[in-house]
Design a protein around this ligand. Structure first.
Ligand code: AMP
Length: 280
């Protein structure tokens, strides 16, 4: 695997490969890699000729500076994991390579800016738009792979690609989970042993809530989650919403044939975890 820290180097290499007719797959990450990230590498390898991964903890998407400072960084282990997975090129830049000058662009993702992650993390999606646009324009992949764990982010990235008229296919990949059901996340490593145990309730409650939603309606599911979370002193609910799976608009009842997703953000201690499950 080539490990490079300049986008100009990546561009030069990929230009050669494209001339040979090779297709490029791209997996942007913030590092502290786990099997969820590696599953995206696997999808990229299956669907394209050359897989490029990036590891960059993007400061502009953190609305909470403490979260940025404490974001886990494990570069050596990441490189080993990517090598084993068969990743071809790793882009591991300094901030100055991604942002040679400060990025003052303002994106408009419409209502996505104002709901769920957009509402509780102001500026977050604008930062995602900044970094993803720079990375996509630098790597110019045929396909870019994103995890549906960040459900709203996939929608934001699709909107970005449309706004910038990029001819890149955005592939949404399934959530990888720990054996107890907790969605894999780099932030899980920051949980204490006790918090980690408590966190395993999240996927279980979400599935139980989905069952209640189907049997008794959305309000019953919401009540269930609120009650469960409020009984655990270490937990604080940021949001729990039941939404149309295609638009992410919050709904109060399910129409025939409507695809529905439930989404949660919950603090366990100081760590904010997110998850989502299809209801039907
Ligand atoms: P991050 O490093 O957290 O920015 O994530 C990089 C990419 O990996 C994003 O597209 C995430 O949605 C995806 N990802 C993170 N966790 C998982 C997971 N448990 N399963 C699948 N994809 C994931």
């Amino acid at each position: 695997m080539l490990v490079l820290n300049k986008i100009t180097e990546i561009k030069a290499i990929l230009a050669q490969e494209k001339l040979k007719g090779k297709t490029i797959g791209f997996v942007p990450t913030m590092g502290a890699l786990h099997q969820g990230h590696i599953s995206l590498i696997d999808y990229s390898k299956q669907q394209t000729d050359i897989t490029v991964c990036s590891i960059f903890v993007n400061p502009t998407q953190f609305n909470n500076q403490t979260d940025l400072v404490h974001y886990p960084r494990t570069p050596e282990a990441d490189i080993k994991l990517l090598e084993t997975a068969g990743c071809d090129i790793l882009y591991m830049p300094e901030i100055s390579d991604v942002y040679p000058e400060s990025d003052n662009r303002k994106f408009d993702f419409g209502y996505l800016d104002h709901i769920l992650e957009g509402a509780t993390r102001p500026g977050h999606f604008n930062g995602v738009g900044q970094v993803v646009s720079i990375l996509l324009e630098g790597v110019q992949p045929n396909k870019a792979f994103f995890g549906s764990k960040d459900y709203q982010q996939v929608m934001v990235v699709r909107s970005l690609v449309k706004q910038l008229s990029l001819s890149i296919e955005i592939v949404s990949c399934p959530i990888l989970r720990e054996p107890d059901g907790l969605a894999m996340s780099s932030r899980n490593t920051r949980l204490t042993a006790e918090e980690r145990q408590i966190s395993a309730h999240i996927p279980k409650w979400m599935q139980e809530a989905n069952q209640l939603i189907i049997e008794k309606g959305i309000e019953a599911g919401k009540q269930f989650i609120n009650e469960k979370v409020s009984k655990v002193p270490e937990m604080k609910l940021d949001y729990y919403e039941v939404c149309d799976a295609e638009t992410l608009e919050s709904i109060s009842d399910i129409k025939a044939n409507q695809k529905v997703v439930s989404l949660i953000a919950v603090f366990v201690g100081n760590i904010r975890l997110i998850d989502n499950w299809m209801v039907n």
